[in-house]
Design a binder for this molecule. Structure first.
Ligand code: 13P
Ligand code: SF4
Length: 344
């Protein structure tokens, strides 16, 4: 199928189904795909949108699998589809529920009031694990708020699966590095001794996003500052803490776009995250402000969603192709953790 044929199909299905179809698009999607999204957003905004969709029978999620899964959990009466079920997230896969169960046994034995918090970039099983234990989900847009809530409920937090978001948020909340310890699932006992665990306020799961870490570096920040002395730099909080510290600012994809919108005319901003979003924004803002990518990096999983895959999904709505369905037990516990976040 050519791209033009795919565009015709997408347009026709959208016209025929009208309000019965909602297409959600994450900011990291290509321009081709994002052009057909009814709503675009960061993970938090798209999760909220999925929970609020009223009339639609079908939600098609242009993003990665955990995002479509989150939509299916929050919109149980809708049929949710993803154009390519193999569009995963390596970060989400770094905390399999069985490894988390094993860690929990050790940690909760030492601190019974431990509260589990998972980044939305996680499997439904991990969200369910948190929901079943009084925990919550967070996104990069609200991690500080969710962590403050979690600390109001227990003395310690187990934060999964992104060690960088965890540490960056802990630091922004005023926590010292000595109050955060790293649980490495590849090591016996997570590589921690009893004293490490007892003294910590937050136990960080050793997971990371390979698109951001170790890709964006402190060195990149220093180089761009040499090129543009005094320039403002914002990076995604999945970037490692040294780079975030050097940059000076971090935010979710929508928070970065809001920072770009708010720039006074003629200003320059260096942005460190996935390049589809940064380059689109640079193009849209050309002539008003200058948006400079810290580095040109793409998320291969996000890029699996193409016009052809979207067209094929729309042609087969109502079938099992790309349909995201969860076992009800998992969905209801995961919903608890997501709703705890959405209430904040
Ligand atoms: P946002 O919630 O900031 O959109 O991030 C999602 C993501 O996967 C970043 O890598
Ligand atoms: Fe996952 Fe990183 Fe891609 Fe985001 S950019 S979807 S965290 S691999």
């Amino acid at each position: 199928m050519t791209d033009n044929e795919a565009r015709d199909i997408i347009q026709n299905v959208k016209r025929d189904l009208g309000k019965r179809l909602v297409i959600l698009g994450h900011h990291y999607q290509s321009d081709d795909v994002i052009a057909f999204a009814d709503f675009t957003g960061d993970s938090l905004e798209l999760a909220r949108k999925a929970s609020q969709v009223q009339d639609a029978q079908y939600i098609v999620f242009c993003g990665v699998f955990f995002m479509a899964e989150t939509a299916a959990i929050l919109a149980p009466s809708k049929q949710v589809f993803i154009p390519d079920v193999s569009a995963g997230c390596p970060l989400a896969d770094m905390a399999p529920a069985d490894q988390v169960e094993a860690a929990w046994k050790v940690l909760a034995a030492l601190e019974p009031s431990l509260v589990p918090v998972t980044y939305v970039n996680s499997t439904a099983a991990l969200k369910a694990f948190c929901g079943a234990r009084g925990g919550a989900v967070c996104t990069s847009a609200n991690a500080g708020k969710v962590l403050a809530w979690a600390f109001s409920r227990g003395a310690k937090v187990l934060f999964m699966p992104d060690m960088n978001l965890g540490r960056n948020t802990g630091r922004a909340m005023g926590m010292g590095d000595d109050e955060m310890v790293l649980w490495d699932p590849a090591l016996s006992g997570g590589g921690l001794n009893e004293w490490d665990i007892r003294r910590a306020r937050m136990v960080l799961w050793k997971g990371w996003c390979p698109v951001h870490c170790p890709v964006f570096t402190e060195e990149d920040v220093l180089q761009v500052r040499e090129r543009f002395p005094g320039v403002r730099i914002v990076v995604h909080p999945e970037t490692d803490p040294a780079t975030v510290k050097a940059a000076g600012e971090a935010g979710s994809t929508s928070q970065m776009l809001a920072a770009i919108e708010a720039l006074p005319d003629g200003e320059r901003l260096v942005v460190g995250t996935e390049a589809h979003m940064v380059k689109r924004s640079a193009r849209e803002q050309k002539g008003r402000v200058e948006i400079v990518p810290l580095k040109e990096v793409y998320c291969d999983d996000m890029a699996k969603i193409t016009l052809t895959r979207l067209a094929l999904t729309l042609m087969n709505l109502g079938s099992d192709l790309g349909r995201v369905v969860l076992p009800e037990g998992v969905a209801s516990d995961a919903r608890r953790a997501l709703e705890a976040m959405l209430r904040l």
